[in-house]
Design a protein around this ligand. Structure first.
Ligand SMILES: [Zn+2]
Ligand SMILES: [Zn+2]
Length: 630
C-alpha cells in the first residue's frame, strides 16, 4: 500500500546533480528515491511552530522549499516523481511503505540530560526530579498518556522500573546549541561510553537548559526522538511525544463574512496552538487530546467513532472513561470526485474528571458541543477548533455550541438538543438531501505573479452540474485558503520559488481535482560576483524569525489611543489589531494607530491583540488587557 504525501517540493540540488549524470529533456517526469526527515519545532512563547522537511538521498540532504503543514512521516522512504521546472522538481512525494504506527503498551523511554562544555551554571533539574515528572508521580507525563489511553500506553524504563534518566552528560560546546543536529551525536556517544544503548528504546528524549534558544521542544513527526529545552513540564514533554506518536498541532480558526466574525466561512485565519482543550495546543493546564487525535493515536474502539451521513439524532458521550458508546461524531464536509472525504466537522463533549480533565463546574467545554475542522487534506494532520460564539470577549475559551443553538454551514445544521447530563448528550444533525455527488471540473489556466501586496493568482473558472461555490488554493502542497471567485492574493509568500495549485468546490462540499501546478520562480538575487547557469536553482533566502511586536494604549477622555509597532529583519507585510477577538484595523506596514471610542464599551477587562506578519509569513503577536473602570 502506498500513502500519498501531498507535498510539492523543489529538490534543487538533486535536480542539478541528476542533470549532469543523465541529460534529458527539461519537462520529462523523473523519479527520485530518498528518505524524508520531518522535525517539528515548537516556539511556544511566540506561538509559532515550523516543520523542517528534508529529503536525504545519495548522501545529500536537500531541504524542500518553504512548506506548510503537510502529512509526512519522519524516516519514510519516499519517491518523488515530477518534472524539472526552473531548476526544481515539482511533483508528488509518495511513501513507498506505509509508516508503522506507534505501538501501544508500555513504551520504553530514555531521557538524556545534556549540558554544554563551558556552561558553569548549576543544572536546573536533578535526575530524580525528571524521573518523577516524566515517569512516576501521579500527574506525570506517563500518567497523562495512561489516563487518556485508558491504560493502553505508559512510559517505562528498561534499566530502572521507575524510569531511565541518564546524565548529566557534558558535550563539547558548538557554535549553535539551538541546532540539535550539531550536538545530538555527541550526546549519544557520551551515553554509549557510559554503557547506555539508546537504540534499544522506543523513544529518546534529550533535555537541555538553554534560555537563548527560542524553542521549548522539537519532535520528529511519527519518529522516536524529541528534544526539550528549558521547560520540565507535562505540557511540553507530552506535546513532543504527541509529535512522535504522529500528531500535529491543535489550532483555532477565526473566520469572517463581510467583515463580521462568524464560526466558519471561506475567509478564515488559523492560529497555531490556540485550541485550549488538546495537548497539541500550548495551554496550561494540559488537557487530554480531543477525539480526532485519540482516534489517530489508536486509543478509541471502532464503536467510539461514528461518521454521520444522514439527518437524525445522535447520542454522544465524553471520552473520559472507556466505553463502547460513541464519543466522536464526524460529519463529512469536503469530498473528492471519487467520494473520498477530505475533511470533517468533528463533534465531541468533554467531562470533568481524572487528573488532567479538571474542568470547573459549568465550564463551556462540558456544557456545550465542541466543533472542530479535522482531516488530512484541507489542513493536513492539524486540527482547527471553531468558535460557535464568535466575537465574544472570551476568545476560544467559550467556543462550544450551547444547548438549543444551531450551527449551520453549507446546508448542514448541528444542534445540541438539551444540556449535557452525566457526560452524555443528544445531537440533532440535518444533512441536505438529495446530496449532489458530482464534483466541479478542475480549474485551468492558473497564473501567479508577484506584486507589492504579495502574489496575485488568477485562473479560469470551473463548471459544475449545480454551480461552483468557490475555490481552494494551495502553495507547496498545503492549503493556503479559499475564495468565492477565480482569483486569490497570497500575502505571505516567501522569497523562494513556490508551486501553486487550485481546486474548485461546489455547495455540497465536492472538491475537484487540482489544476496543473504553476511554478513561480524565487526572487532573491545571487551573491555579488556569483554566476548562475540557467539550470541552477534560485538562491533561497528564508527569514525564520518572527516579528517583534509592541503594543501600548493611552486613555484620552472618552477614547483610548492604541499604538502598535512591529520590527523584523525581513520587513513587515501587515499588522492587525483586534479588541476582544474582533478585528479593528489592519495596515500594510510596521506601524498602526487606532483611536478606540469607549462610548458603549462595557466596564471591565478587554483584550487587545496585535498580530504582525513578516514578508516570509512568520507571525508574531502581543496581547495586553485593558481595564475600563469609568
Ligand atoms: Zn508542536
Ligand atoms: Zn456538483
Amino acid at each position: 500500500m502506498t500513502v500519498q504525501v501531498r507535498l510539492k517540493v523543489g529538490l534543487a540540488a538533486i535536480a542539478v546533480g541528476l542533470a549532469a549524470a543523465c541529460p534529458s529533456s527539461a519537462l520529462a517526469a523523473q523519479s527520485f528515491d530518498g528518505t524524508l526527515r520531518a522535525v517539528i519545532t515548537d516556539d511556544l512563547h511566540h506561538g509559532r511552530g515550523s516543520t523542517d522537511y528534508r529529503l536525504e538521498s545519495n548522501g545529500r540532504s536537500t531541504p524542500p522549499l518553504p512548506t506548510g503543514v503537510i502529512e509526512a512521516d519522519d524516516g519514510a522512504r519516499v519517491t518523488v516523481t515530477g518534472t524539472r521546472e526552473q531548476g526544481h522538481i515539482v511533483g508528488d512525494v509518495r511513501s513507498r511503505q506505509a509508516a508503522a504506527r506507534a505501538a501501544q503498551g508500555p513504551r520504553s523511554l530514555a531521557v538524556m540530560l545534556v549540558a554544554f562544555e563551558g556552561d558553569t551554571r548549576a543544572p536546573p533539574w536533578t535526575p530524580e526530579q525528571v524521573r518523577s515528572r516524566l515517569f512516576s508521580d501521579t500527574s506525570s507525563t506517563s500518567a497523562f498518556f495512561a489516563e487518556e489511553s485508558y491504560g493502553k500506553v505508559s512510559l517505562v524504563g528498561r534499566d530502572d522500573a521507575g524510569g531511565d534518566v541518564f546524565g548529566w552528560y557534558t558535550v563539547p560546546d558548538v557554535p549553535d546549541p539551538c541546532d540539535q543536529n550539531s550536538w545530538t551525536a555527541s550526546a549519544v556517544a557520551a551515553a554509549k561510553a557510559d554503557g547506555r544503548d539508546l537504540s534499544a528504546y522506543d523513544n529518546v528524549m534529550f533535555m537541555i537548559p538553554r534560555e537563548d534558544c527560542k524553542w521549548a521542544g522539537k519532535g520528529q513527526l511519527n519518529g522516536g526522538t524529541s528534544w526539550i529545552n528549558g521547560e520540565l513540564t507535562v505540557r511540553v514533554t507530552a506535546h513532543e511525544l504527541g509529535h512522535n506518536f504522529g500528531l500535529h498541532h491543535a489550532n483555532t480558526l477565526l473566520c469572517t463574512a463581510g467583515g463580521t466574525a462568524v464560526t466558519l466561512s471561506d475567509t478564515c485565519e488559523g492560529y497555531e496552538y490556540h485550541d485550549p482543550w488538546d495537548a497539541m495546543g500550548f495551554y496550561n493546564p494540559i488537557r487530554h487530546n480531543h477525539g480526532w487525535n485519540l482516534e489517530r493515536l489508536g486509543y478509541l474502539a471502532p464503536s467510539n467513532v461514528r461518521t454521520v451521513e444522514a439527518s437524525g439524532t445522535y447520542q454522544v458521550r465524553s471520552a473520559l472513561a472507556e466505553s463502547a458508546e460513541v464519543t466522536s461524531l464526524k460529519i463529512p464536509r469536503t469530498r473528492k470526485a471519487d467520494g473520498e472525504v477530505v475533511d470533517h466537522l468533528s463533534l465531541e463533549l468533554r467531562e470533568s474528571g481524572g487528573v488532567f480533565e479538571t474542568f470547573s463546574s459549568g465550564h463551556p467545554a462540558t456544557t456545550g458541543l465542541t466543533i472542530r475542522l479535522t482531516g488530512v487534506g484541507a489542513y493536513p494532520l492539524s486540527t482547527h477548533l471553531l468558535d460557535t460564539r464568535p466575537g465574544t470577549a472570551n476568545y476560544f475559551f467559550d467556543a462550544t455550541l450551547p444547548p438549543g443553538q444551531t450551527f449551520s454551514y453549507g446546508g448542514t445544521e448541528i444542534r445540541l438538543v438539551a444540556p449535557p447530563s452525566g457526560g452524555r448528550a443528544t445531537v440533532e444533525v440535518v444533512i441536505p438531501l438529495p446530496r449532489d455527488t458530482q464534483a466541479p471540473a478542475a480549474p485551468s489556466g492558473l497564473k501567479a505573479q508577484r506584486s507589492a501586496g504579495g502574489v496575485e493568482l488568477t485562473w479560469t473558472g470551473s463548471s459544475d452540474n449545480r454551480g461552483v461555490s468557490g475555490y481552494e488554493v494551495y502553495r507547496d502542497g498545503a492549503v493556503l485558503g479559499r475564495n468565492a471567485v477565480a482569483s486569490f492574493r497570497d500575502a505571505s509568500a516567501g522569497q523562494g520559488a513556490h508551486a501553486y495549485e487550485v481546486a474548485a468546490l461546489d455547495e455540497a462540499g465536492n472538491i475537484s481535482e487540482r489544476s496543473e501546478p504553476f511554478v513561480l520562480p524565487g526572487v532573491a538575487s545571487p551573491a555579488p560576483g556569483a554566476t548562475l547557469s540557467p539550470d541552477a536553482p534560485p538562491v533561497v533566502v528564508r527569514d525564520l524569525s518572527a516579528p517583534r511586536v509592541r503594543l501600548s494604549s493611552r486613555r484620552q477622555g472618552r477614547r483610548t489611543v492604541v499604538s502598535v509597532s512591529a520590527a523584523d529583519a525581513g520587513g513587515i507585510a501587515r499588522l492587525a489589531l483586534k479588541i476582544d477577538g474582533r478585528r479593528r484595523k489592519v495596515v500594510r506596514g510596521p506601524r498602526l494607530r487606532y483611536s478606540w471610542s469607549l462610548r458603549g464599551v462595557r466596564r471591565g477587562r478587554h483584550r487587545l491583540t496585535a498580530v504582525a506578519v513578516d514578508r516570509s509569513g512568520n507571525r508574531g503577536f502581543r496581547q495586553s488587557v485593558f481595564s475600563l473602570r469609568r
